[in-house]
Design a protein around this ligand. Structure first.
Ligand SMILES: Nc1ncnc2c1ncn2[C@@H]1O[C@H](COP(=O)(O)OP(=O)(O)OP(=O)(O)O)[C@@H](O)[C@H]1O
Ligand SMILES: [Mg+2]
Length: 266
């Protein structure tokens, strides 16, 4: 909502442009910045003023130094390559308030006793989702599950460890050759997340795990719920079934989903 009757360069859009200028400063060698005008346009089209201000807050707190090019543009979130104060790469996931499907997300929030009263508006829901993903990353990491290390979050923005060789993200399992090691990792991770972190990922798939430098890294933990969530078992079964189906397609199928379910809930 406009804060005053002003418009044009002297008003909100002028200020947004200045914010963008500041966000996009940084080393001129970056290949994204050479495509300056395109990138500026992307940022201008996608981020509302509140997101630009939130990015500035993260920068002034030192959690982020600058935002570079976009890594992935989804309907509900965009992931950027950014750098921290030391010039190291970070992944910056920005949830889009305007396009998020709230009804769908609500099923993964309601019933999670960590978050108390349900948010009333769409902005609050997005902020809560961001906090939830950050919290899930911490919980999973503390239980020894390899995930992108959580660095900071603010409003609709999550900053985490960059997995891959920037600006390229690491390939996912879907994009990789898979072997018995990936199979074992997958079911061990499902077990560990459940048993040691008390979480069910709820969106576990070959698209949400990286295979990188001899490591596998689980990501996209926004949906993950506590085991006490009323639909936790249903989500768990879906995760197991998805992964059994994926490995079967790739010719690795020592066990079926029911047998894994029985084994993993022990
Ligand atoms: N920590 C990270 N490091 C590098 N790239 C990342 C990181 N997190 C996400 N990405 C990139 O962004 C993409 C989307 O990330 P993620 O799955 O978390 O978002 P999403 O909006 O839930 O996407 P989708 O709807 O496709 O599942 C990943 O496939 C990957 O290419
Ligand atoms: Mg994903």
């Amino acid at each position: 909502m406009a804060e005053s009757g002003e418009s044009g360069e002297s008003g909100e859009s002028g200020e947004s442009r200045k914010l963008q200028e500041r966000l996009l400063r940084s080393d001129r060698d970056n290949r994204y910045l050479r495509k300056d005008s395109d990138e500026r346009k992307v940022i201008e089209d996608v981020f509302d003023r509140s997101t630009l201000l939130a990015l500035e807050d993260l920068i002034s707190r030192g959690s982020l130094h600058a935002l570079h090019g976009v890594v992935r543009t989804g309907k509900e979130a965009r992931v950027y390559y950014g750098v921290d104060a030391g010039g190291g790469p970070v992944a910056v996931k920005i949830f889009l308030v305007s396009t998020m499907d709230f009804r769908k997300r609500m099923a993964y929030i309601a019933g999670d006793r960590r978050f108390g009263k349900l948010p009333s508006g769409s902005r609050e829901t997005v902020f809560l989702w961001t906090r939830k993903e950050f919290r899930n990353l911490q919980t999973a990491r503390d239980a020894g599950v390899r995930v992108p290390g959580p660095i900071a979050f603010h409003k609709n923005i999550l900053v985490m460890e960059y997995i891959g060789a920037p600006p390229e993200p690491a390939p996912t399992l879907a994009e990789s050759e898979v072997d018995q090691g990936d199979y074992d990792w997958t079911f061990e991770t499902l077990r560990r997340l459940r048993r040691d972190a008390g979480l069910v990922h709820a969106d576990f798939s070959e698209f949400n795990a990286f295979k990188w430098n001899g490591q596998r890294v689980l990501f996209d933990l926004g949906s993950a719920v506590l085991l006490s969530h009323p639909q936790a078992e249903e989500f768990f079964k879906r995760d197991v079934t998805n992964m059994v189906r994926f490995f079967r397609k790739r010719g690795l199928m020592p066990r079926d989903a029911d047998s894994w379910m029985a084994e993993l809930v022990k």
